[in-house]
Design a protein. Structure first.
Length: 262
């Protein structure tokens, strides 16, 4: 019985096999050439100035100088762009007590922009004729002293790093700006009855006696208290318990009477 299957000779299949093998060879060659070209381009890139940091811009800094930022962030010109560890650099920068936040961005191919947000200086503490920053975090800097206080920030006295200073600064951060700017000096002066006692000297010539734990709440009323006094009345406003005013003359007389009694 004759078979109906069509018989294809090997001679007829050879051209198709050759065509298939040629396409496969071309595809493999294209892949190899592409890889080779890519490697050349990568090599040329790393050999070219484009692969290295050419410019670094720093902004937002006022107290921390640019060189300190570059050193602490390990940021250098001519460093490989892809070798910059931005998260590590920002973490290192934010260990500086003056720096609240740091961000590093790559702009274009090889420009770095470093933006700094600093912790605000809320006052200064004097020591040996120099002035040391007290930051909004409650940290007293022990380095980078200034010869003169800057701006209208109050001068602290008797404080040191620790919970008392942190509590004091936390209270100051709650004050309206106008009240804060009216304070000239803050003296930590604990007594037997109040280990958080403070004495303040105001720019208007008055003095305030208060305790740290309730200071912000009571000091917020300072403008209204002063508004009730006569223009020539200057004295001590006691905010420890309630609100009590006594003139400097009366305070002097009371102290003299107490000394005489003792």
């Amino acid at each position: 019985m004759a078979s109906n299957k069509k018989i294809v000779s090997i001679e007829n299949r050879i051209p198709e096999l050759k065509k298939y093998r040629k396409k496969k060879l071309i595809r493999h060659m294209s892949i190899l050439i592409s890889i080779f070209v890519l490697l050349i381009l990568i090599t040329l890139y790393f050999l070219s100035p484009l692969s290295k940091v050419q410019r670094i811009y720093v902004d937002g800094n006022h107290q921390v100088d640019e060189q300190t930022i570059l050193t602490e962030g390990d940021l250098n010109l001519d460093a490989f762009v892809f070798g910059i560890n931005k998260s590590k650099s920002t973490e290192a920068l934010e260990k500086n007590p003056l720096i609240k936040k740091a961000t590093i961005e790559l702009q274009g191919l090889n420009t770095l922009r470093v933006h700094i947000t600093e912790n605000k200086t809320i006052g200064y503490q004097g020591k040996n004729g120099q002035y040391f920053d007290i930051l909004e975090t409650g940290k007293l800097l022990t380095t980078q002293p200034k010869q003169f206080p800057i701006g209208n920030n109050p001068i602290f006295s008797g404080f040191k790093n620790g919970q008392v200073l942190e509590d004091m600064v936390a209270q100051l951060n709650q004050l309206p700006e106008g009240v804060l700017l009216s304070i000239s000096e803050i003296h930590f002066a604990p007594t037997k009855s109040d280990d958080e006692h403070i004495s303040l000297y105001m720019n208007d010539g008055n003095q305030v006696s208060a305790t740290i734990s309730t200071f912000a709440e009571k000091m917020a009323h300072y403008p209204s208290i002063v508004a009730q006094l006569k223009d020539d009345q200057k004295g001590i406003i006691d905010l420890e318990i309630g609100s009590y005013f006594r003139t400097y003359l009366k305070d002097k007389e009371e102290k003299a009477a107490l000394d005489k009694k003792n």
